[in-house]
Design a protein around this ligand. Structure first.
Ligand SMILES: [Zn+2]
Length: 108
């Protein structure tokens, strides 16, 4: 089991988290102009690297905030964490909910 360090809650068991898949996938702005293949690639095609990979994680059983982790897919070692440009110690729960909704759309 992985020990994942939530930027807000600290180290917790992997079972408290949900993986949101590959991070940094940008939704195309001109989606009406995309071919079916391009739209399908955006929706479904993901990298599957052997080595360092950036992923989105949701602390489902904790603060319910999204963050990014840089993880080695061979050793499972998590090498670092990033937030979505939010203050690390923010106590404003309203912002966290809006942030999660924005990321849910991005992850699907
Ligand atoms: Zn948390």
């Amino acid at each position: 089991m992985l020990l994942i360090e939530c930027p807000w809650c600290g180290p917790r068991a992997e079972t408290e988290f949900s993986c949101g898949g590959e991070a940094d996938i940008v939704r195309p702005l001109d989606s009406d102009k995309l071919t079916d293949k391009e739209w399908g690639d955006y929706l479904f095609m993901r990298k599957n690297p052997r080595g360092v990979h950036h992923e989105q994680w949701l602390h489902t059983q904790g603060c319910r905030r999204w963050f990014k982790a840089r993880r080695d897919t061979v050793s499972y070692e998590i090498q670092g964490y990033e937030t979505f440009e939010r203050p690390l110690l923010s106590t404003d729960n309203t912002d966290a909910g809006a942030q999660g909704k924005a990321q849910e759309g991005k992850a699907s």
